[in-house]
Design a protein around this ligand. Structure first.
Ligand SMILES: NC(=O)c1ccc[n+]([C@@H]2O[C@H](COP(=O)([O-])OP(=O)(O)OC[C@H]3O[C@@H](n4cnc5c(N)ncnc54)[C@H](OP(=O)(O)O)[C@@H]3O)[C@@H](O)[C@H]2O)c1
Length: 305
């Protein structure tokens, strides 16, 4: 298992800093390192929030060719930016070419972590997906460009890492969540508004929810695991939990009742094989029930019965 890299005093770039995954990371890392953040800042208020946290911000569209005045001397880069506009040309440019351009610009980094997704895997029922499992257009029904753009981005990242000797990890993220929300919170809101939740008929719909406390602790280990041959690894919670299970638990906590809509085009189970992840970065710590309870205590205490 890898010891975490020490981020103290290091110059670190996080892309996609205003997103769901990055927000807890920024709050945890900003006090300890020289943190820089790159986004389009389509909502200018998000830029001010980051600046108030002591983060240096760079307003850049990764779909553009020009990385402008972005410094090129980062110690570590954590690439969390993603766009799923539905426009294939733009999304492939921003997610794929953008990742490559960013790596080239920051090629002196000690390590580059590219965040991918388990959405790159082909649907395969309840079989836990290994890193060499077949890839496919898994998320087409909800996000038409997403899986293809994530697969394309991985290929660009691998090419750039190998061609230019940039130590790199590709982390295929499962279901991130935490005190600021995530998929289980969307399901809570759907339950509150009597909106049916899409599930695959091949039940249960299993995932590996990953709490923010865990990914904050694990990302420095993923950076330590980076190699120029590229380390590709699943990244989720050690516990596999079904959508149906977490919705039942939310129901237990709130009294809200889930309704389900069975559909063969729903994402379906995407449970990960955790063997490589555990060997590289160890098991996760946050129990999923405790994590979900904390999320509701933070975001919707009025719903708790
Ligand atoms: N959330 C999940 O459930 C989940 C699950 C599996 C994997 N992941 C992966 O985790 C990572 C983070 O996801 P997230 O859910 O936190 O994303 P998100 O909430 O959609 O946020 C996306 C971030 O990327 C920035 N961005 C979008 N387009 C950009 C562009 N063209 N140039 C520069 N920045 C751009 C956005 O800011 P601006 O719009 O201001 O530019 C925002 O900061 C992604 O790699 C995603 O694929 C997420």
């Amino acid at each position: 298992m890898f010891e975490p890299v020490d981020l103290h005093g290091r110059k670190v770039l996080v892309t996609g800093p205003t997103g769901q995954v990055a927000q807890p990371l920024i709050a945890a890392y900003a006090p300890v390192c020289d943190l820089h953040a790159l986004a389009r800042f389509s909502d200018p208020a998000t830029r001010e929030t980051l600046q108030a946290q002591g983060v240096t911000t760079h307003k850049i569209d990764l779909a553009d060719g020009d990385l402008g005045s972005l410094p090129d001397d980062f110690d570590y880069v954590i690439n969390l930016a993603v766009v799923k506009s539905g426009d294939f040309d733009y999304d492939l440019r921003a997610n794929g070419e953008g990742a490559g351009r960013l790596m080239l610009h920051c090629r002196s980094a000690k390590a580059f972590m590219h965040c991918s997704s388990t959405a790159v895997y082909e649907y395969a029922g309840h079989e836990p997906r290994k890193e060499n499992s077949p890839l496919g257009d898994n998320h087409r029904a909800m996000f038409p460009t997403y899986s293809i753009a994530k697969i394309a981005a991985e290929t660009v990242v691998r090419f750039t890492a190998r061609q230019f000797n940039i130590p790199t990890t590709i982390a295929r993220l499962s279901v991130p969540y935490g005190d600021n929300g995530g998929w289980p919170y969307w399901h809570t809101m759907m339950m509150q508004n009597n909106v049916p939740i899409d599930v695959h008929p091949d039940k249960p719909n299993l995932y590996n929810p990953l709490h923010a406390d865990d990914y904050i602790e694990k990302i420095p280990r993923l950076l330590a695991a980076a190699t120029t041959e590229v380390c590709t690894v699943n990244f989720g919670g050690s516990q596999a939990v079904a959508i149906e299970e977490w919705c039942e638990y939310i129901s237990e906590l709130t009294g809200l009742q889930p309704t389900y809509k069975e559909s063969k085009s729903a994402f379906g189970s995407l449970q990960i094989d955790t063997e490589t992840m555990h060997s590289l970065i160890g098991p996760t710590q946050v129990d999923w029930k405790q994590g979900i309870k904390r999320m509701l205590e933070n975001l919707a205490p009025e719903l708790l019965s």
